[in-house]
Design a binder for this molecule. Structure first.
Ligand SMILES: [Ca+2]
Length: 574
């Protein structure tokens, strides 16, 4: 039995003791507190190119960037050193040259922290190491004084997606690039500042959120804070679910209609958007709002009570059914309702086995990004990644219309002599099915903050919620001691949609890790007219351009109390 802590000489109540003995893993210690980082000044920049030595690493350039030489969200970024380099340059088994390309931005006035910027999509580009996050770049890691690294994860744009045919490049994309870059980056920081980072963080959204979530499992001793946005932690499954959905949308799309292929201006793809037009998606959103908007105490165009809404909303009952007049934008036909219900319930194999996850009902379905993922990317992008990057053997490129979902689901879990790790395995965090392997991370005092747009159409917020519930189960209900999940109502994939999608979760993560202040309600604002981070064109007309809301740690939700309905201070997380 667990030795139970006595606080101030007072024994805890019998019920608490019983509960602790029954449900808390014996190995779950009270989380440690990690101390705060202290800053330092940059000691060298250009000299790093010659001075810095690390195995299999070549620094290509190191040059100062003057204050204001880089602007992010209209803000001048402080003076820093831009270092570019490559790791593990090699000839691939396909005869092509591969390397892990990277850049680091090292502030002259450094805050003592390292930030690994996970990038999105299939990687393949060294995006500027700005550490931008969360619906607008105003509070990125670089602007906050972190030393930031960004990488292409082991392949270039022209090699994408066919790097997936090269076994090592596939592994680098999955997790090995992060593992190789992390110690190199810390060494470069030591060389530049005379000390290693006091605290290290990793974050990103989409595939970048996946990188961060994978690092929590694989590199739990390397990072103190994990900022995990819209994690595609089951990316092969999500991509397959896209093909499954596209097959169903295609069955009810208007025959013969096409749109331009997003990657090839000379090619066209079926216009699946005719299966559920913008007007029809707005009709669905109105029906969701009608049923769910006021569940949080205020009819304001945001459904904060996402879980209650899933029980309350019934697409068959709540959306008007088209009559003899046919489709006019204000109704759905029965076949449309059937497909929409199937897609939200989640893709299945022919034998009824889940392929991926359910998707929550939320008014963000009306937004453009939702449709782009379901109707365009599902046809043009996901078939490429499934075939070339995730299956063993590769089957590239898969045609969505003729894709055998059962066979592909088996193939993303398969290995062979060339691809010794399956797509599912190399992309996902080990142990995510039962995440008790995070106990050492927790015990060390590291923290995880997750966020996910409730109307994300590619990676489901429900999948992230399910992971958090599994974490709760593995931690005796005490996951919130070291991990918190912030759903973002209305938000699409990483940003956009009818949502307050501009927020800084990195600052709160730092305060949690270094000062022991757990985040509970984090202010998020809408990007209305004049927003320096970029205007969100899809904000409903009736919203204040500066509308704000608290993001609430799941399972609490933002409920209206009193006061200005446009202001976060009028809400509390309950
Ligand atoms: Ca509401």
């Amino acid at each position: 039995m667990t030795r139970f802590p006595m606080k101030g000489g007072i024994a805890l109540g019998a019920a608490a003791l019983l509960s602790a003995c029954v449900s808390t893993p014996a190995t779950a210690p009270a989380p440690a507190r990690l101390g705060p980082a202290s800053g330092a000044a940059l000691q060298a920049c250009e000299a790093l190119a010659a001075r810095f030595q690390h195995p299999a690493t070549r620094i290509e350039s190191a040059a100062p960037v003057a204050a204001g030489g880089l602007q992010i969200g209209g803000q001048p970024i402080a003076a820093h050193c831009l270092v570019k380099g490559r790791m593990h340059e090699r000839k691939g088994s396909d005869g092509r040259d591969y390397a892990i390309g990277f850049e680091m931005r090292l502030p002259q006035a450094w805050n003592g922290r390292f930030y690994y910027q996970g990038n999105g999509g299939l990687d393949g580009a060294v995006r500027p190491a700005e550490g931008a996050l969360g619906g607008g770049p105003l509070t990125g890691a670089l602007a906050q004084g972190f030393a930031v690294i960004s990488s292409d994860a082991g392949h270039t744009g022209p090699q994408t997606p066919y790097f997936g045919l090269e076994p090592q490049a596939r592994l680098d994309y999955g997790y090995q690039a992060v593992a190789r870059l992390t110690p190199m980056a810390k060494g470069l920081i030591r060389s530049a500042y005379g000390k290693a980072p006091d605290r290290s963080y990793i974050g990103g959204c989409s595939n970048g959120g996946r990188h961060a979530m994978v690092a929590a499992s694989r590199l739990g001793d390397q990072y103190d804070g994990y900022l995990i946005g819209a994690p595609g932690y089951r990316l092969p499954n999500a991509a397959l679910a896209q093909l499954w959905g596209a097959q169903r949308w295609a069955a009810i799309a208007t025959p013969g209609t096409t749109v331009r292929h997003p990657l090839n201006p000379n090619a066209s793809i079926p216009d699946l958007g005719t299966a559920l037009t913008a007007a029809e998606r707005q009709t669905v959103a109105r029906a969701v709002l009608q049923r769910c908007d006021a569940l949080d105490g205020l009819a304001d165009g945001l459904v904060q009570a996402t879980q209650a809404c899933q029980a309350a909303f019934d697409v068959a009952r709540d959306v008007p059914t088209c009559g003899s007049g046919g489709r006019d934008g204000n109704c759905l036909t029965l076949p449309q309702k059937d497909v929409l219900a199937q897609v939200h319930a989640g893709a299945r194999t022919s034998k009824g086995q889940p392929v991926y996850s359910a998707f929550p009902w939320d008014p963000g379905i009306a937004a453009t990004n939702w449709a782009t993922w379901k109707f365009v990317n599902a046809v043009a992008l996901d078939p490429l990644s499934v075939g070339t990057v995730f299956t063993a053997p590769p089957a590239a490129p898969v045609n969505f219309a003729s894709a055998d979902i059962d066979a592909l689901l088996a193939a993303v879990s398969a290995t062979n002599d060339t691809y010794r790790e399956s797509g599912v395995s190399l992309m996902g965090p080990p142990g995510h099915e039962k995440p008790d392997n995070l106990l050492p991370l927790r015990a060390r005092g590291a923290k995880m903050v997750l966020y996910h747009g409730v109307s994300d159409a590619i990676f489901s917020a429900e999948d992230t919620r399910q992971w958090f519930e599994r974490l709760q189960a593995s931690q005796g209900g005490r996951a919130a001691d070291f991990a918190r999940y912030f759903p973002v109502p209305g938000m699409n994939h990483c940003s956009g949609g009818p949502a307050t999608d501009q927020f800084d979760l990195l600052g709160p993560l730092v305060r949690w890790v270094e000062h022991g202040e757990p985040p509970q309600a984090v202010k998020a604002v809408a990007r209305g007219a004049g927003n320096p981070g970029g205007v969100n064109a899809e904000l409903p007309a009736g919203w204040s351009p500066q509308r704000s809301r608290p993001l609430c740690a799941y399972p609490s939700v933002a409920r209206y109390r009193s006061g200005d309905p446009e202001n976060a201070t009028s809400f509390s997380c309950q």
